[in-house]
Design a protein around this ligand. Structure first.
Ligand code: NAD
Ligand code: G6P
Ligand code: MN
Length: 444
């Protein structure tokens, strides 16, 4: 069996240990000969890397491991780049969330003005990583889950149209796991055959069947109409209150179109007034603060503990099983499995009544030649209208980045369904420019 060589770009990420533990759990179906970490923050990466080196030494000494900030070292001799960088780190996420709130607009890392600001930061560094990959390992694939995936996907389509990059998101996976729990399916979400379409963080399930072809939608809908995607809390002790709010709000998101089941992220576009009022009760403490106080603190404490004890026995790193969709993807490409997966890809004619150049999230069949899109056909007016507005926001952001255009970015923010007026958009934009001056191109 082929053994793959992987570089994790964003080696210092809070998700890196969970991904490494998960990779170790799946070595039988996706064997690995080498893991490398790459980051542009040597110090942050070193803590995570030293701890992971101990984990690998104890659990899989046959895997070669190294970490570096040098692109040539990182990207030479690899089959996959697994990319999860956060350009500007949590300090900038906090600004993305807090600046719009000063002007009465919700603050979210990937939706609305916050996501637009993050997109403007991410495009350049993602292109840089693609270029390193193509220079040092021209046959490799980049599996990208760095956010904001919608804007990153549109940018790579425009700027590097021939590159071997696949953009993917874990939110549908997470929601499907909850659906499987509602249905008590023995093998979880893999017992379901689904149809879904939309943009990233902006989509709907239209059909869900079991492997015998029985319709599972009615039972899931009955649950979502009452509880949203809240399932037995005993199985989700680690889920924080803010995420529980989002899963619960899916009940109201569902109500506007009971023909489909919604992605949780639609709450930001369909209930922006509610989200703002709710979050504005504590505007100095947003999700970025929560993540810094919990996930970041816990992951780095666990890493330091492993380093100090020089062993990972009984360590607090745990496998992020949820992230095994990344293995499904790498396995499908390496071993030609023809797995059906939701990917963020160019529409062409998959959604027949939608912009062929849009980057849409739809089911695809993945194999060693890449992916084939599954045709969706026509979508209803409600979804089409929402998606046309949102995809225009995403395209205008990329226009603004490529052309250094203030006007295009002002239009992008104004067009977001989360923003009430052009004047509010301008105020937010002017603050975001100031906050992002180390990261954005100069806008004229
Ligand atoms: P984090 O800040 O802990 O980690 C990101 C790492 O990227 C940091 O170590 C940082 O130094 C590094 N980095 C930043 N710019 C870089 C560059 N130009 N080159 C190399 N490295 C760079 O963030 P996190 O919360 O762990 O999230 C990481 C990323 O994964 C984010 O983009 C997040 O949105 C994304 N994510 C995506 C999904 C999904 O479903 N698509 C799920 C979870 C997380
Ligand atoms: C989901 C989304 C990701 C996003 C994450 C944020 O998993 O699919 O795209 O990065 O949520 O989670 P956080 O815990 O960082 O707020
Ligand atoms: Mn996502």
């Amino acid at each position: 069996m082929k053994k793959s060589s992987i570089v994790i770009a964003g080696g210092g990420s809070t998700f890196t240990p969970g991904i490494v533990m998960m990779l170790l759990d799946h070595l039988k179906r996706f064997p690995i000969r080498q893991i490398k970490f790459y980051d542009n923050d040597a110090q942050r990466q070193e803590t995570i890397a030293k701890a992971c080196a101990i984990v690998l030494r104890e659990r899989a000494p046959e895997i070669e491991f190294s970490y570096t900030t040098d692109p040539q070292e990182a990207f030479t001799d690899i089959d996959f780049v697994m990319a999860h960088i956060r350009v500007g780190k949590y300090a900038m996420r906090e600004k993305d969330e807090k600046i719009p709130m000063k002007y009465g607009v919700l603050g979210q890392e990937t939706c609305g003005p916050g996501g637009i600001a993050y997109g403007m930061r991410s495009i350049g560094p993602i292109i840089e990583i693609i270029d390193y990959m193509e220079k040092y390992s021209p046959n490799a694939w980049m599996l990208n889950y760095s956010n904001p995936a919608a804007i990153v996907a549109e940018a790579t389509r425009r700027i590097r149209p021939q590159s071997k990059i696949i953009n993917i998101c874990d939110m549908p996976v997470g929601i499907e796991e909850r659906m499987a729990e509602i249905l008590s399916l023995p093998n979880g979400r893999k017992d379901m055959d689904i149809t879904y379409y939309g943009l990233n963080h902006f989509g709907w399930w239209t059909a869900i069947h079991d492997k015998q072809g029985n319709d599972l939608m009615p039972q899931i809908k009955a649950h979502v109409a009452k509880h949203g995607y809240i399932v037995n809390p005993d199985n989700h002790a680690e889920t924080e209150a803010s995420w529980n709010d989002t899963y619960a709000k899916a009940k109201d998101v569902y109500a506007i179109d009971p023909d489909t089941l919604p992605n949780t992220y639609l709450k930001y576009y369909l209930f922006p007034d509610y989200v703002f009022a709710h979050d504005n009760k504590n505007p100095d403490h947003t999700r970025a603060n929560e993540v810094m106080e919990h996930r970041e603190r816990n992951v780095f404490a666990a890493a330091n503990d492993i380093i100090n004890k020089n062993t990972a026995k009984d360590c607090a790193f745990h496998s992020d099983e949820h992230a095994s969709y990344i293995i499904d993807l790498a396995e499908a490409i390496t071993f030609n499995t023809n797995a059906k997966m939701l990917l963020i890809v160019k529409n062409d004619s998959a959604i027949s009544n939608f912009d062929p150049t849009a980057m849409v999230e739809i089911p695809c069949i993945v194999n060693k030649n890449g992916y084939q899109k599954i045709s969706i056909g026509e979508i209803p007016q409600f979804q089409k209208g929402l998606m046309e507005q949102q995809v225009s926001v995403e395209k205008l952001v990329v226009d603004a980045w490529i052309n250094g255009s203030y006007q295009k970015l002002w239009q992008a923010i104004s067009l977001s369904k989360t923003v009430p007026s052009v004047s509010v958009a301008k105020n937010i934009l002017d603050d975001l420019i100031e906050a992002n001056k180390d990261y954005w191109p100069i806008l004229k």
